[in-house]
Design a protein around this ligand. Sequence first.
Ligand code: ADP
Ligand code: ZN
Ligand code: ZN
Length: 841
Amino acid sequence: MDTSLRTLFSHLEDEEVTFFADLILPIPVPRLFTYRVPRGMAEILKIGARVIVPFGKNNGRVLTAVVARLHNSPPTGYQARYISEVLDEYPLVTSYQLELFRWMSEYYMCCIGDVMNVALPSGLKISSQSKVQFNPDFDYPELLTPVEEMLLTELKKHPALSYEELGRLVGEGGNVPAVIKSLVGKKAVIVFEEVKEKYVPKMVRKIRLHRNYEEKEQLLVLLQRLEKLPKQQEVVMRYLRHVPVQITPSLNQKGLDKSILNQDDELSQSSLTTLIKNQVFETFEVIQPRFADNLVPQAEIRLTDAQRQAAQDIMAQFERQNIVLFHGITGSGKTEIYIDLIQQALAGGTQVLYLLPEIALTTQIVVRLQRVFGDKMGIYHSKFSDNERVEVWKGVVSGQYQFVVGVRSAVFLPFDNLGLIIVDEEHETSYKQHDPAPRYHARDVAMMLAHWQQAKVLLGSATPSLESYYQAQQGRYGLVELFQRFGDATLPDIMLVNTQQEKKQKTMKNEFSSALLDELETNLERKEQSILFQNRRGYSPYMQCEDCDWTAECPNCAVSLTYHQRDAELRCHYCGHKEAVPRVCPVCGSTKVRTIGYGTEKLEDQLQIIFPQARILRMDLDTTRAKNAYQQIIQEFEGGQVDMLVGTQMITKGLDFDNVSLVGIFDADRLIHFPDFRATERAFQMLTQVSGRAGRRAGRKGKVLIQTTNPQQTILQKIIENDYRGLYEEEIQERQNFNYPPFSRLIKLTIRHTDKAISLQAAERLAAELTDALGESRVLGPEEPLVERIRNQFLFDILIKIEREKMNVKAVKAYIQDRINDILTDKGLRQVSIVADVDCL
Ligand code: ADP
Ligand code: ZN
Ligand code: ZN
């Protein structure tokens, strides 16, 4: 469809009309902005194209906006400014995406600009906040103008230049956005925002024989010459064992990681240095590929009978249903079934999106998928640099990527022909974005996308969310279940350990029950791997004075500070505040300051003391901050160099190891008794998922030990029996009794202010107004949340429950928004902020 202005208004004479465009600006203002279209631009401007516009006082800022509407009526109330530049000849944002932006801003009660801001990678948004860097991959295939040439020369001298600095270089009258646009088009520069990490390709130092020795004869001469220098000869031989140049000379060009050659001894180190100096070897650098590059292509997968049956059932249900829930136990081979379905959808000529939770996406599954789909598959991950995200975006537009595997933000990619969306681990709460707006749930957004593009949605999980299972029970989704592990593997045996009792009998060693220690020891002897799960990071969550009961608390938040031993500091997990560990109690001066409770760091420590010979790794937020850290830990564990892995919920997600036969779970009680109506469901999911890491291969039945003070709790029995159905029946009844989801929709309003009285006043007024309109049963609060002060802001929550069936949800949201706006514009309540979280978790 040609949406250019000339076509839209072809019935009008050119001279008579001034054209206007309604633009989505990447700012939190709840409306579109009307700009004037300069004469020459009318020919090319299209809905969905990006433009650059001036913004703010004296046009002081520059922003990238997206065209949402084209028309010829001037705005009322303000003088429209001119668009300065068009970035796209063809729409970058599809009509489906525009629809999605609109729907999301309405449904999630946020500004359309917020949606666009999150949707577009910052590399697609030139603004006065932009930084520009020279593209390290650029090799001058293009013609450059003198100005471009000059800027590139400057850019090469600096890591990056700001928009303003470029402006100064271009000089008065120069058009910075136009030059940047041109350079981006030529792939000579990369645009990014300062907050984000910039694109630096990771380099590996490699080594190869000097070209003079590539041929067999010269190589022989060299080896003879080195006869008298055995150390150097040994290094060359070592190289040849890895890279058999004598057989295939061309292999030499690829070389070998330098680290492999001089691994162990210092002698080989110095020999290597000499060999390099004497030009026998030469060093060079290459860009490290993001994922393994020499992947062995996957031989065709043969589904087992049970798997084939499940795949067929799913396809059959898609005949009648748009959404199918696939409930398959851990290790049943869901991924293999997905692969089969993806292949079918691609063969049908449609696009496929495969959503995974953040963490799961970093490793194993991606490698498995790559072995099947190779470089036809795009990967969209938040740990990737912006540049990499832009590449995927463009690959979807160009058709290079018919299939993308990605995290929740992948729902924003410019698909226009989706046939299938898979939401793996659909129960995962990380599909919901908490901050900033839009606070969307990727599973629900995926369903909207699918609805518009007539695609099918497959929700997969070993522990479905109650919401989804309920929909399946109601017949609104299809349901396929698979209760058999792949091969002859079976679900692990789960045992409960009564820590109360062990404490009485004094058989606990620190946090470890004797039962668990025995199993760990046996496992270590058998050289099998163990996973230990404690959903709390740091060394210990409290630091307290034994004499006066003082506890270390965050100065900005209403929480205790967590002790981190390795960095010898106290940290707030809410605001990031850090302080040194006090040697004496700051109140009474006592030296008896001790830590209470335990996190992963402490467990790792104690474990190492108990098993000095064991190789132990820890996986939590603190050990995985670096870009490749997560992958590294997984690889080491996979490679068998590690006996025990201690971790937070990170280790529960989608990992598939051959040799894990024991899982130990700490502090299950805390998960179960968390004060939230979803706590039971969550505990079941988390404990079942982490248990599912054990015994995933035939012939090695796994064992799971759960430490608890009360083995009688019914939920623990359900976990042991893998009784999802029983859990569902019980929980759904509760939800119905109290009118919680899936029987209602929840909207949480959080009111914040640095003055507690003002915060409370605003919250009470809002709650009263909403209660008046909606009735008491639908409005709960205001209430102080568990952590009632964060970053020195006092918080109050109001929870609104809206029945799914009877209420007009749209109208209710509009009403709530109006009441919020009233308060925000009330001068008596200055600086109050109110955040609406729709479908809050
Ligand atoms: P789930 O996601 O359901 O927990 P996975 O898809 O990770 O299970 O499968 C568990 C293991 O079994 C994986 O290592 C997988 O490669 C293997 N597997 C499953 N099905 C097959 C199959 N049909 N052929 C070969 N290997 C399979
Ligand atoms: Zn004290
Ligand atoms: Zn804090």
